[in-house]
Design a protein around this ligand. Structure first.
Ligand code: G3P
Length: 254
């Protein structure tokens, strides 16, 4: 039996007013309190919801995640939110390196390396996203791409720090497109990712690293995806915005 955690994490992205977000979080909290999940559950809310959501729900049952944090510790960086601020809300996780942040906000491997460091220094668990775009997949370069994303931001970490990381493989061509990676495609690249961790940090650390799949994951395909030996759950966008849809994915572990 595998030792690493199975995790279903929601990424709300830039959706939900505070009232809507609170309603969703409370609904999920109620549902899961009645029917304990067989995996760790995380919800990634917008920054401004973090404190209210974390105060309202049982954070031992549902972990709260930010979707980003600053690459600076504190100071004159107008509009930024630090890892320390995120942690001070009761959030335990931070999604870093999402392809939307890489593409639209120019987050480079170097910037992400700083964010990861600050997240870890503040006791947050990074959910670090990697994944190739369609042209890279069509050119058969997906392994190269994810390797350079891993090496560029994570593979300088100490063993102790790396052991705190959760990975999320999200093929960009599958995000919000309704086009999911097949179970075989997911398993193949997850196994590759794990093999690079073995090489860098050894078998035990690799065996303990959760690698989530993201990209048009929904209740109808979650079971098949999560049944793969190297797929340890999902990072869910669209289907995390309704409690029933999200619960359907969590139930893939029942
Ligand atoms: O981070 C989750 C995400 O990018 C996947 O989005 O809407 O395809 O589930 P979606």
């Amino acid at each position: 039996k595998k030792m690493r955690k199975n995790i279903v994490a929601g990424n709300w992205k830039m959706n939900m007013t505070l009232a809507e977000g609170m309603a969703l979080a409370n609904e999920l909290n109620e549902i899961l309190a009645k029917e304990k999940p067989n995996c760790d559950v995380v919800i990634g809310t917008p920054f401004i919801h973090l404190a209210s959501v974390a105060a309202a729900i049982d954070t031992n049952m549902i972990g709260v995640a930010a979707q980003n944090c600053a690459d600076k510790e504190s100071g004159a960086y107008t509009g930024e939110v630090s890892a320390a601020m995120v942690a001070s809300t009761g959030a335990k996780y931070v999604i870093l390196g999402h392809s939307e942040r890489r593409a639209y906000y120019h987050e480079t491997a170097e910037i992400l390396k700083e964010k990861v460091k600050l997240a870890l220094a503040n006791g947050l668990t990074p959910i670090f996203c990697i994944g190739e775009v369609l042209e890279e997949r069509e050119a058969g370069k997906q392994n190269e791409v994810v390797y350079s994303q891993l090496a560029g931001s994570l593979y300088d970490l100490s063993v102790e720090d790396f052991s705190k990381i959760v990975l999320a493989y999200e093929p960009v061509w599958a995000i919000g497109t309704g086009k999911t990676a097949t179970a075989e495609q997911a398993q193949e690249i997850h196994a590759y990712i794990r093999s690079t961790i073995v090489e860098k940090y050894g078998q035990e650390i690799a065996d303990n690293t959760s690698i989530l799949y993201g990209g048009s994951c929904k209740a109808s395909n979650a079971k098949e995806l999560f049944a793969n030996p190297d797929v340890d759950g999902g990072l869910i966008g669209g289907a995390s915005l309704k409690a029933a849809d999200f619960k359907g994915i969590i139930d893939a572990f029942n």
